[in-house]
Design a protein around this ligand. Structure first.
Ligand code: NAP
Length: 306
């Protein structure tokens, strides 16, 4: 049984991590480190250092804070010899994640960079279907209402908070899972509100190594129905992944429509990784975001009031 401690008892920890850990054999939550909250039925600590000192038998640390503060915590946990589960995105920068991978390898422990959208119900089937075809064009539409999904989260608008790339990186994590070839960022435009540090909208132009075009629109200003769609045109038909990867249509016919089981599936994977002391930390989605910031045109846009 993996004895786990969780850091950052916020929205995603309560919505997904606590219920998923409860549901999965092989892992138990024994402690929480939080500056503001208390976990039920576990030992509570004000920070990670106190948790590591108070729980010498802890096997793993689950990091659910915003990306800007996760690197220092991940290093601390790895140096203490603990297995580490990172929420997405695995770091605020690519170099941080590379350094964590090297440290986990040196320590002989598991580092898991979780990409929850890759575990959506229809992603594996989409990947298998695409593998037998030639991709010609991909269109990604990731449009949601930031006021609904991220109320009272100042970190998301600050440097290192990713802005609209916080949801957008989920689309890129699916894209880099279902398309086997390398993907390059050709150009991008980033709409940044004048009173914020991170974009509220972005358009990306990418390509597969064999030349298929990939266009993506990420927008946080969508009210009404929300859109998380990836359409893939191939030489032998059209695939549409919607609902963030939980619904699949092939040439218009629904093949998969299933509830979201992403976090329980990720915890099963984490238990297996820890058993093998293995590392699973793909940086491909994060590199595409970094490339968009590197080559993107910055377009100031209207102030945004939460
Ligand atoms: P959140 O609720 O705003 O923050 C999570 C927790 O992190 C807070 O409750 C706080 O925990 C700690 N925290 C916040 N700011 C901090 C700071 N400056 N320094 C140290 N600790 C801080 O955020 P969230 O929505 O859970 O997102 C956390 C991560 O999960 C993000 O990387 C996000 O991309 C990812 N994620 C979120 C969702 C979602 O639907 N919200 C979905 C998938 C993944 P304490 O008060 O306990 O210290």
């Amino acid at each position: 049984m993996i004895r786990a401690g969780l850091v950052g008892l916020g929205k995603i920890a309560r919505d997904q991590h606590l219920p998923a850990i409860d549901m999965i054999d092989g892992i138990a939550l024994v402690a929480v480190a939080s500056r503001n909250a208390q976990g039920e039925g576990v030992n509570n600590y004000p920070d990670l250092g106190a948790m590591l000192a108070g729980e010498p038998d802890l096997d793993a640390v689950i990091l659910c804070q915003p990306p800007q503060v996760r690197y220092a915590a991940a290093r601390q946990a790895l140096l203490a010899g603990k297995h580490v589960f990172l929420e997405k995105p695995p770091g605020a920068t690519v170099s941080e994640v590379d350094a964590l991978i090297a440290l986990a390898r040196q320590q002989g422990v598991t580092l898991y960079a979780s990409w929850h959208s890759r575990y959506a119900a229809a992603v594996a089937q989409a990947k298998a279907w695409i593998a037998e075809r030639t991709v010609q064009r991909i269109d990604i539409q990731w449009r949601e209402d930031v006021r609904h999904w991220h109320p009272g989260q100042p970190w998301i608008w600050e440097a290192g908070g990713f802005g609209v790339f916080d949801p957008g990186i989920n689309a890129l994590s699916i894209l880099t899972e279902i398309v086997a070839e390398p993907i390059t960022m050709l150009s991008a435009s980033l709409e940044v509100p004048s009173n914020k540090q991170a974009p509220i909208g972005a358009t990306l132009n990418m390509a597969t190594a064999s030349g298929a075009t990939i266009d993506a629109v990420f927008d946080w200003r969508q009210t009404g129905p929300q859109t998380w769609d990836i359409a893939v045109e191939t030489d032998k038909g059209i695939l549409l992944l919607s609902e963030g990867g939980n619904m699949l249509r092939l040439d218009g016919d629904v093949q998969v429509k299933a509830p979201d089981e992403e976090y329980p599936t990720m915890y099963r994977r984490f238990v297996d990784l820890v058993g093998a002391r293995a590392i699973d930390a793909d940086t491909a989605p994060l590199r595409l975001v970094a490339d968009a910031f590197l080559c993107g045109r910055h377009c100031p846009t209207a102030d945004f009031k939460d």
